[in-house]
Design a binder for this molecule. Structure first.
Ligand SMILES: *Cc1c(COP(=O)(O)O)cnc(C)c1O
Length: 447
């Protein structure tokens, strides 16, 4: 871990001015204009390291344990992705997608159809994860409408996260998604209890039996109105880093099939091997009807997401009165983002990503295991390249972040969770730096 270097006196005024303007004028995620935070300034990033300037001017190189909110799976300044962006800049950065098409979009769609579970062969290119969930839910509504059914509700489980625009927010956990704040505006959907925690829970596990009974009864009550089941398979990410079983996922699939509803998998966080297999839903034999991907799609370079659906859904939607899927963002199929995404997926295929993720899982399990002995820790869990330490109380975020930074690691805890989703290219030595720093930071701050 490199020692912080002394402040450069020549640029401390510029740094101060930048931070002052940021505090006075710039929103950050879920931020307050009255009590703005003191963010670190990122000067550059390379490999798995960010070069940060602290508010006091201290410059630090730290290992990124977050992959920039789970996107930068190959790290930063990846030569193959830089090249793809440069080559595409030499042709065109953007062009409209209405009435026009181009190789970057078609090439990406071809790769996605290739990678997606069987039967998902129609691709909608969206500009963010939230928009892809908007499109997926709209698709399901239009599919039913076209068949003469007015089904307007979605069935999901508590504890999920699907994005911050209204339709995704409406299927996000009612408390985590602050539904009371938006009452009257937000559509009200059907929430089953959160499935019990544990990847390997068996069908006869008592918590699973109870969950299944409640969930089946709830579904039966609303079945005539349910357009689709919407879930993050096997790992609820931003809703609480909660790992649940393929068996429970299978129950939701069965219910949807029994009652003529569609299944939407939101793999925006879990896709591209984050939990081990290429898709978290691969643990189940039955594929979804609609799949949302995002986050890691461009390797963290540019915002892009996609919705894949079956031919049956695509053709059903298109037979409706509207004559097609009623969505079309300005930046749909952005060529620059598509070119980088294709290079990212090629890199994913060229590398033995599944083995890399298995290596990371072992390192996280071993390294974070030490946290289980701490007084303040309620649970430690890992799945794929995801390591989670759950505390008994809300994390003192500023203090834990500072303690980890002092040990050379960037981490962003939330609620009671200190977690890491490192880039897949993180070396064993850097993984040890991450796990040691997280355990020590938790012990320092919470005991
Ligand atoms: C991040 C995320 C979203 C929202 O994606 P944005 O690109 O932030 O709009 C939706 N669903 C899941 C599971 C996510 O993790």
């Amino acid at each position: 871990m490199p020692a912080p270097t002394p402040d450069d006196p020549d640029d401390s005024a510029a740094l101060e001015a930048l931070l002052a303007f940021d505090r006075a004028h710039v929103w950050h995620p879920y931020s307050s204009a009255l009590t703005p935070q003191d963010p670190h300034v990122v000067e550059s990033a390379e490999g798995v390291r960010l070069t940060l300037r602290g508010p006091d001017g201290t410059r630090r190189e730290v290992v990124d344990a977050m992959s920039s909110w789970w996107c930068a799976i190959h790290g930063y300044r990846v030569p193959e992705l830089d090249d793809a962006a440069r080559a595409q800049l030499g042709r065109m950065s953007h062009v409209m997608f209405g009435g026009l098409t181009h190789e970057p979009a078609v090439g990406l769609a071809r790769r996605l159809v290739d990678l997606a579970p069987d039967g998902l062969e129609h691709v909608f290119l969206a500009d963010s994860g939230s928009v892809s969930v908007e499109v997926a839910t709209k698709m399901a509504l239009q599919w039913h409408l076209a068949a003469g059914r007015r089904r307007t509700r979605f069935f999901t489980v508590r504890g999920g996260y699907h994005g911050d625009t209204f339709s995704p927010m409406s299927v996000t956990d009612p408390e985590g998604g602050m539904h009371s704040l938006f009452r009257g505006v937000l559509p009200e959907h059907v929430f089953a209890p959160r499935p019990p925690g544990g990847l390997d829970l068996a069908p006869d596990d008592p918590a699973t039996v109870a969950w299944e009974r409640t969930t089946r009864a709830l579904f039966a009550e609303h079945a005539r109105d349910v357009a689709a089941v919407v879930v993050e398979p096997v790992l609820q990410g931003a809703g609480g880093m909660h790992v649940w079983s393929p068996y429970a996922l299978g129950v939701l699939h069965d219910l949807a099939r029994e009652h003529g509803a569609l299944v939407i998998h939101d793999e925006i966080a879990t896709g591209f091997h984050r939990t081990g297999p290429l898709w978290a839903g691969d643990r189940l034999a039955s594929p979804p009807d609609i799949l949302c991907v995002g986050k890691a799609l461009t390797g963290g370079y540019l915002t892009l997401a996609a919705v894949l659906c079956t031919r049956e859904v695509a053709e059903g939607v298109s037979r409706g009165e509207a004559g097609g899927l009623m969505h079309g963002p300005t930046f749909m199929g952005n060529p620059l983002a598509c070119a980088v995404a294709s290079a990212n997926l090629d890199l994913l295929a060229a590398r033995d990503t599944a083995s890399e993720v298995a290596r990371i899982e072992r390192a996280l399990r071993e390294g974070l295991g030490a946290a289980a002995g701490l007084e303040s820790v309620a649970d430690v869990r890992t799945v794929g390249a995801v390591g989670v330490v759950e505390l008994r109380e809300p994390v003192r975020v500023a203090e834990v972040t500072a303690a980890a930074l002092a040990r050379g690691v960037w981490v962003r805890p939330f609620r009671t969770l200190v977690y890491t989703m490192p880039p897949y290219v993180t070396s064993d030595a850097d993984l040890a730096t991450v796990t040691t720093a997280l355990v020590a930071a938790i012990e320092d701050v919470h005991g």
